[in-house]
Design a protein around this ligand. Structure first.
Ligand SMILES: [Zn+2]
Length: 288
């Protein structure tokens, strides 16, 4: 059988400066028994310049994208700014209507109304990170394959069959299988809900080619996760920051270097080494 090769031709832009702004948006809220219009500040992260400092293809240049995205805490503006300054906004929303008429605009556009410019995004959209984190942790737990952890995953599966018919039907197909298969089936169903980009036919440099397109970085990260799982690779936890990372080799103990940011060494490992050094010095001083 021939191997299928799909070319990635996705360029994502990183602008020079991002800030978090708050726009007053009219929303409808129940106040007592009445539905009333209220103005509420909506935090939006946006590029405030047209100057682009980087254009990159994340599949080729940012293998660490998934695990770096998982570290982002969207309630912490500094954490979000740090991420987007390296990788750009993960998705874009067309918020022009909201912003131009900011006091009399009606509604926040639905999440699927995306903008290709990737210059503005409501902070709340970063909650996608939480879902990706749940899936990644599920895979980490399956990898540990200890009885207790698998048991907890399966309990979660069993509980959710009452709210979701699809899960109920799937449960019946694995009911008599061992715990590992049950847990894998649960992860499979959860991962199936995510969009992993789309395959397309294209002509590249005069040659026919299959290409993979991503609408946003959340899809890229989902694709990276699915690909990682399909290869039966497992995450490790960093000995410095305790976050998940994809090991490049068996002995790796720390998050990998951020290739896209031009780093050749691991920041976590460097910080860890410096702390160890300081500790040793202090111990030596103590001995004298
Ligand atoms: Zn780390």
């Amino acid at each position: 059988m021939n191997e299928i090769h799909a070319v990635s031709q996705n360029t994502f832009k990183v602008y020079e400066k991002y800030v978090v702004k708050r726009y007053n948006v009219k929303q409808f809220r129940w106040i007592g028994e009445n539905l009333e219009e209220v103005l509420e500040p909506v935090p939006v992260i946006e590029a405030v310049t047209d100057k682009i400092i980087r254009e990159y293809d994340p599949l080729q240049k940012a293998p660490e994208l998934l695990t770096e995205l998982l570290k982002v805490d969207f309630r912490n503006e500094e954490s979000v700014i740090n991420f987007v300054s390296t990788y750009g906004l993960p998705a874009g929303e067309n918020l022009d209507k909201l912003i131009n008429e900011n006091t009399n605009a009606a509604i926040v556009p639905p999440s699927n109304q995306r903008s290709k410019a990737h210059k503005k995004l409501r902070l709340i959209r970063f909650n996608e990170v939480k879902r990706l984190g749940e899936l990644s942790n599920l895979w980490y737990d399956i990898g540990k394959s200890d009885e207790k952890t698998l048991g907890q995953i399966i309990k979660g599966f069993e509980h959710s069959i009452y709210d979701d018919n699809r899960l109920g039907e799937a449960w019946e197909t694995v009911e008599n299988e061992d715990d590992n298969i049950k847990a894998r089936k649960f992860l499979f169903l959860k991962l199936k809900e995510r969009k992993l980009g789309s395959l397309d036919f294209d002509m590249v440099d005069g040659k026919f080619s299959l290409v993979i397109h991503f609408d946003d970085l959340f899809q890229v990260a989902s694709w990276q996760l699915a690909n990682f799982i399909a290869n039966e690779d497992y995450f490790k936890k960093c000995q410095h920051c305790n976050n998940l990372f994809k090991p490049l080799h068996g002995h790796q103990k720390f998050c990998p270097p951020l290739l896209l940011a031009g780093r050749k060494t691991s920041t976590c490992q460097n910080t860890h080494n410096q702390r160890q050094k300081r500790k040793r010095k202090q111990q030596q001083k103590g001995e004298i």
